[in-house]
Design a protein around this ligand. Structure first.
Ligand SMILES: [Zn+2]
Length: 1009
């Protein structure tokens, strides 16, 4: 027999009759989408795609619009440098000019190395100055003791070094703190200050609290002092602005009162004390802002408050958090500053991980963005790089926080706190930041501009009916004006995308939002799932059914099934015998199954026996139905089936999905036929094959028992081959178990055979043992990633397995020259895939845009690229699989985007998944998945096996990549940015190169790190 790979159509296509094709293909397709969804989307079948195909058809039919390009704008990529306690700079007091310069040079160099563009140098840690001040004494953290003469001005030098490095210099001031060490009483604290310290000169301006000294925020003299300190810096130094941190009224010390009674009696004016204190802070913020703007319109005033304004439990306007309430505890009312526009930028300290239940980074990011929506105030969250080692994701957490917050309205960048972690590149932080920030995408504003008018709900559609207890909502809106729900702002991305989650009661449910005075209402109806027992008593789905031709060998067993209401008694009568069927499954209807044995039939003439009569009894009532007669193949005839096609489906049942089937079989496979049911034959080993894939010959004798006489291996060119010398072409199946490649040769005896192994780059050993009537062959892989596809054939010598070995790429501009690659944009045409927030920009559209860029990139590297579609046409999974087998490329990449289950908060979806099937795709998938997660700055799910239609061809490496969650506003926003496809394509290209580099390492006998 001649071994020929990859020719012809996929067997099932030809095999099924037209009517059967429609019916079965629909079932299989549903299974396929469901399987895909089971990991990809976790959606109930048809949940999202159904909507798209009916409701939005006219809109999606407009096809591929080019994705608009984002208007890029610079983002703040800032770094805090703390001087209090000599935390970051200076490393200790009383350093020489040379030492101070060296430290500042190093700080700026480290910031630049990490890709940052702004530094916030703390020049007033405690009512003092790290610069030449005529208001405050020289800082104890800079000179020998507070107030000692300044020998070198660090701020002047800092500003000039920053300018040379194209880094924006800012000053960081702690406004109220006077001294940061603890004392027994106020007098002792005052005595520790320099004579010239304004606090020492005006003890009545200070409050002693928790052993420390603070300026009283209530006093006009204090505000004047602080603002004059701001003014002298802006007048004398070349800095871009001023930042205050989170210290306003001091953090609470248990059992202590902040004694501002005198001020309250003098200035309280009848206001509640809490409100009055907040207003004292607000006034400082206002006056500071005025002073900053007086120094120049381009100067920026930033405040970096504690990350939680209020918790929603205390105030419905607050965030869904359970942390310290800075409004109540610190008298810090950032919403007032937003309302009044008295800050330019807020840098809330969001020092927690995404998903942290008490204070979730994602929740707080959305919340702060929503508060600033429609105002002039920008948001640049402060991120906790000092905690990088305690984060579950390490440095990746920071990258993902940057990427996530970038998508949200009014975001203008980020500030990092934790200089040592940056300087020491802890967990690769600085390196990762630099690489990530090099992808130019930054905090550009809305990409849609005014494309969206008002508010529209993409999913669910208005009037949507469901049995589920909740549903996520995908909304788009005109980004220019805030959207409000119950009067509170909704967190939106820069392009106006938002999600809501509706808990559904039975009956009508409404989501109402408002924009520009217009109200938008979404109605969702929840109906009962009808989970109880069915009142209609009937049974259905007979197998074999009424019209199905059934033949069974003399004395052989065959299976009958049907579906009937739960708690029924079901039996079948055949040939005078009654067999009780047993129930399985749950719900109102169950599956009933029984095994029937055909009677013995002598001679060579087939006998017809029947019909099969089914009876179903429940609550005293009975129904019956019958299927046709069964033909019994007599004992004197041995029908033998021989496969006539390569890559034909070998199934575990007549209606099973290929996910549950055996490995596809090849031309020449031979086995006895024991049953025919409709278009399928059951072979003696147990599997089913479509009749169009075999020829059947009636023999007078059974096939001989299968016998293996030898097994050997060899390296043949760039393939590794294993040959089993056998007396007949038995059916076989293959499975991966860990690193073991297991071949089951059905009905084959290998007693006495010891396989002869040959050294090769793929496997470490081969073994062979009996398992019942079968032989199990085990080939153990060197490494799961070191596997590149294989094929097998029935030849005159025996059963030949042939495995692709690792290969490397040539040097030069076009390393993929000579390689053929399939790029498969998932879904298309009537199959929308997961829905996005905008019609015409659903999964199928994003997949295509990215796939086209990937194809172009790989072509530029020399590959010949074939695509399963290049426009919005409908291509079935069978057509895709067909093309895969026909082309037999060097590798194939399928591009997808993900979604979550309808009953999940859509904003929780995030990250890149790599999917492969066990036989070849892992080594390709892993570097591609890693490279994409890195480039997109998103969560990395890693890679896992899943027997998807476009992953299951064992002949060459395939991968299916889920690039992101289309239901997540920030990931969707990212996907619509102009550079998205290119960033993905570049990442794929890097992943492919790494894949081949890894192969080189395997060839040398090593293991890639
Ligand atoms: Zn998909």
């Amino acid at each position: 027999m001649n071994k020929s790979l990859s020719k012809g159509k996929i067997a099932v296509f030809i095999a099924l009759g037209v009517v059967a094709l429609l019916a079965i293909a629909t079932v299989i397709y549903m299974l396929v989408s469901r399987r895909h969804n089971a990991h990809d989307n976790e959606l109930p079948p048809g949940a999202l795609t159904g909507v798209a195909e009916t409701e939005e058809k006219t809109e999606t039919a407009t096809g591929e619009e080019p994705l608009p390009t984002a208007a890029e704008s610079d983002e703040i990529r800032g770094l805090f440098i703390a001087s209090v306690g000599n935390i970051n700079f200076p490393s200790r007091p009383n350093l020489s000019e040379t030492q101070l310069k060296a430290e500042l040079d190093q700080i700026v160099a480290n910031a630049v190395r990490a890709g940052l563009n702004a530094i916030y140098l703390q020049v007033r840690p405690t009512g003092d100055a790290l610069y030449d001040s005529s208001v405050f004494p020289t800082s104890r953290y800079l000179v020998k003791e507070e107030g000692a003469p300044l020998v070198f001005d660090p701020l002047a030098y800092f500003a000039s070094v920053c300018r040379q490095a194209n880094v924006s210099p800012y000053v960081w001031l702690n406004p109220y703190r006077v001294i940061n060490t603890q004392f027994a009483d106020k007098e002792a604290a005052l005595a520790a200050l320099a004579e010239s310290n304004p606090a020492r000169q005006h003890p009545d301006w200070c409050v002693f609290y928790g052993g420390k000294l603070f300026y009283d925020p209530a006093l006009p003299e204090v505000r004047d002092l602080i603002v004059s300190g701001v003014g002298e810096i802006l007048d004398r130094y070349d800095v871009d602005g001023v930042i205050y941190d989170d210290y306003f009224y001091p953090y609470p010390v248990s059992g202590e009162e902040f004694d501002d009674d005198a001020s309250y009696y003098q200035y309280g004016n009848g206001a509640a004390r809490d409100d009055w204190r907040r207003e004292n802070v607000n006034e400082l913020i206002r006056r500071t802002h005025e002073r900053v703007k007086a120094a120049g319109e381009d100067k920026t005033f930033i405040v970096s408050p504690f990350g939680i304004w209020r918790n929603s439990s205390a105030d419905p306007r607050g965030s869904k958090t359970r942390g310290l309430d800075s409004y109540a505890s610190l008298y810090c009312d950032a919403l007032a500053w937003i309302r009044e526009g008295s800050v330019d930028v807020l840098a809330p300290q969001l020092y927690w991980e995404r998903g942290y239940e008490i204070a979730d980074f994602a929740e707080l990011t959305r919340w702060w963005s929503a508060q600033a929506d429609g105002t002039t105030v920008k948001i640049a969250p402060a991120l906790a790089i000092y905690r990088v080692e305690s984060f579950k994701l390490g440095a990746e957490e920071i990258i993902q926080q940057i990427q996530f917050s970038r998508a949200y309205k009014n975001n203008c960048g980020f500030l990092l706190y934790g200089y040592p972690q940056l300087a020491q590149d802890t967990g690769g932080l600085a390196t990762k930041l630099n690489e990530f920030l090099a992808y130019s995408y930054s905090a550009g504003e809305s990409y849609t501009g005014s494309a969206v008018k008002g508010v529209s709900f993409r999913f669910p559609r208005n009037g949507y009916t469901t049995t589920l207890s909740g549903v996520f909502v995908l909304g788009a809106s005109d980004p220019k004006t805030p959207v409000k729900k119950n009067g509170l702002p909704v967190g939106r991305t820069k392009s106006g995308f938002f999600t809501e989650y509706m808990d559904l009661n039975y009956g009508e449910n409404y989501l109402t939002v408002e924009q520009n005075g217009v109200t938008y209402t979404l109605r969702v109806v929840r109906i009962s799932g009808g989970g109880g027992t069915s009142s209609a008593f009937a049974f259905q789905s007979l197998s074999p059914d009424r019209d199905e031709a059934v033949s069974v060998r003399s004395g052989a067993s065959f299976i009958v099934t049907l579906t009937a209401p739960a708690l029924s008694s079901v039996s079948v009568n055949f040939n005078g015998q009654t067999t009780r069927l047993s129930a399985s499954g749950s719900g109102a209807y169950q599956t009933y199954t029984g095994v029937i044995t055909a009677p013995r039939a002598e001679g060579t003439e087939p006998q017809k026996i029947g019909p099969l009569v089914y009876t179903c009894t429940r609550d005293g009532a009975s129904v019956s139905a019958s299927s046709g007669a069964v033909t019994v193949i007599p004992e004197g005839v041995w029908p033998v089936a021989t496969a006539t096609k390569d890559y034909a489906f070998l199934k575990t049942g007549t209606k099973t999905s290929f996910y549950d089937d055996y490995l596809n079989t090849n031309k020449g496979m031979q086995d006895e036929l024991v049953e025919q049911r409709g278009d399928f034959y059951r072979l003696s080993f147990g599997g089913w094959i479509n009749k169009d894939n075999v020829s059947v010959e009636d023999r007078a004798e059974p096939l001989p028992d299968g016998k293996m006489t030898a097994a050997g291996c060899r390296v043949n060119g760039d393939r590794f081959e294993v040959l089993f010398t056998v007396n007949r072409a038995v059916p076989l199946d293959v499975k991966m178990e860990g690193s073991d490649f297991r071949i089951r040769l059905f009905g084959l005896d290998s007693e006495g055979v010891t396989p002869v192994f040959a050294g090769n780059p793929l496997f470490t050993s081969i073994g062979c043992k009996a398992d019942g009537k079968d032989t199990l062959v085990t080939l153990t892989l060197v490494h799961l990633d070191n596997f590149y596809g294989w094929d097998y054939s029935y030849t005159e010598e025996g059963i030949l397995f042939s495995f692709a070995m690792p290969r490397t790429l040539p040097e030069g501009e076009k390393p993929l020259e000579g390689k053929t690659v399939i790029v498969d944009p998932g879904h298309g045409g009537t199959d929308t895939g997961a829905l996005g927030f905008l019609a015409g920009l659903d999964e199928k559209n994003l997949n295509l845009t990215v796939a086209l860029a990937v194809a172009e990139k790989l072509r530029s590297m020399g590959a010949e690229v074939i695509m399963t579609r290049t426009d919005d046409s409908t291509v079935s999974l069978y057509e895709r699989m067909d093309l895969y087998d026909e082309i037999h490329p060097d590798f194939a990449i399928s591009i997808h985007h993900n979604s979550v289950a309808e009953t999940t908060d859509a904003s929780k979806g995030r990250g890149v998944w790599g999917l492969y099937w066990a036989f070849a795709g892992r080594g390709l998938t892993v570097p591609l998945q890693e490279s994409l997660a890195e480039a997109l700055g998103t969560y990395s799910f890693g890679s896992k096996p899943q027997e998807l239609a476009v992953c299951r061809n064992y002949k060459f490496p395939q991968t299916l990549l889920e690039l992101g969650f289309i239901c997540s506003p920030p990931e969707y926003e990212r996907a619509l940015r102009g550079d998205y496809a290119e960033v993905c394509a570049d990442a794929v290209a890097r992943g492919v190169l790494r894949y081949y580099e890894n192969q080189g390492i395997f060839l040398e006998g090593g293991t890639p790190s």
